[in-house]
Design a protein around this ligand. Structure first.
Ligand SMILES: [Zn+2]
Ligand SMILES: [Zn+2]
Length: 148
C-alpha cells in the first residue's frame, strides 16, 4: 500500500483539489488489497469522516476512476468494485457467468489481443483493466448441450 503522502500527491498530479473526502476515499481503496464495493468504501471511510454520505462516495469514486487513479471492475454478476490502480501489476479479469468464479490475468495476455485488433481494425482497446465473461472449465464441462 502506498503512503498517504504519495496518494495525496497523486490526487494533486491529476489536478484534484485535495479534500478530506477525496483523500480518505482514495486511502480507503488503497488500504484494501483487492477490489472493494462503494458500500464497503462508504462504511470504512465513514469512520474517519462521520458526515460522509454514500452519494459523495459514488461521485468521488467515479471521478477518481476517470482520472485513472483507481480501476473499476464490473463483474456483471455482482456489484461494481474499485481497486487502486497499480502500474506495477496491471491485470484483467475473467468472470464465469455460470458459477461467478473470478480470475485475475496478467494484462500482457489482453495486450496480445489488443495488438491483433489494432493491426486488423485500427481499434485501440483499453486493455489495462478488461473484464471478460464466459464459462470456467468446470461450468463449460458440465454443459451437456455442448458437444466436444
Ligand atoms: Zn481489477
Ligand atoms: Zn464456472
Amino acid at each position: 500500500v502506498e503512503g498517504t503522502q504519495d496518494l495525496v500527491q497523486a490526487l494533486r498530479d491529476c489536478g484534484f483539489r485535495v479534500t478530506p473526502q477525496r483523500a480518505v476515499i482514495l486511502q480507503t481503496v488503497a488500504a484494501f488489497s483487492g477490489h472493494i464495493t462503494a458500500q464497503e468504501v462508504y462504511e470504512a471511510a465513514q469512520k474517519r469522516l462521520p458526515g460522509l454520505n454514500l452519494a459523495t462516495v459514488y461521485r468521488t469514486l467515479e471521478s477518481l476512476q476517470q482520472a485513472g487513479l483507481i480501476d473499476l471492475f464490473l463483474p456483471g454478476t455482482s456489484q461494481a468494485r474499485f481497486s487502486l490502480r497499480d502500474p506495477d501489476h496491471p491485470h484483467c479479469h475473467l468472470v464465469c457467468t455460470g458459477c461467478r468464479q473470478e480470475y485475475e490475468l496478467p494484462a500482457s495476455w489482453a495486450q496480445r489481443l489488443s495488438a491483433e485488433v489494432r493491426a486488423q481494425l485500427g481499434f485501440e482497446i483499453d486493455a489495462s483493466h478488461l473484464t471478460l465473461t464466459g464459462l470456467c472449465r468446470k461450468c463449460a464441462g458440465s454443459d451437456q448441450s455442448r458437444s466436444g
